[in-house]
Design a protein around this ligand. Sequence first.
Ligand code: F6R
Length: 249
Amino acid sequence: MPAPDVTITTPEAAAREAAAEVRAVLLEARAAGRAPVLGLATGHTPIRLYEELVRLHRDEGLDWSDVVTFNLDEYLGLAADDPSSFRTFMERHLFAHVNLSPTNVHFLSGEPASEEALRERCEAYERAIVAAGGIDLQILGLGRTGHIAFNEPGSAVTSRTRVLELDPQTRRDNARDFPDGVEVPRFALTMGIATILEARRLRVLAFGAHKALVVASALSAPMSPTLPASFLRKHEDVRFWIDSAAAGK
Ligand code: F6R
């Protein structure tokens, strides 16, 4: 297992470098005669990356017409057009500003359904990723609980797309994205750890002192379901961009 590639830099430089890699992946897939497939994350961390990708589209003509996307996760119980849904987040920060084809955008729907229907929704998502040829590059952030996507502590390395209960810490952290008085949903749908590890490249961003502990554990704690981010080190092509505050521990 190679040591993960870690770059300590500014969030601005990380966004530029990550966006340059996204562009390279788009060109590489096209040169190989297939549509590029990106895995996308929400949260505060990738906002600058999305700004840079929008800039590359607007100022440098980066084409998104054949790009296929899969987002990592969504809250269960939120409609796609809910102002706090991850789908709305993606519209606001990326989808509305590039020439993606809506039929190429894949999202786990947060619409409530029976347990059986939710299981089928998750299995269909796995099948859709395989049918698209797998994910070329997956963007990831790190949660303070050690989660990747919404794989909270306790998530197995073999886990697949499923519904799971959010950690209370994650619900507190994400309350900032909900209007006052609106509770963060208790459950979410998320790609599993095994699903994420199947992407051909993993690109992880983490900025700020509040991420220092999880970054240190992801890079050096024994691999274990108590810290799902530690499983990132199993991947052969994983790269971390962190700032000096997140590198503090
Ligand atoms: C979002 C996601 C989460 C976030 C993580 C960090 O799609 O899957 O794992 O990446 O919670 O969130 P921020 O970037 O807001 O600190």
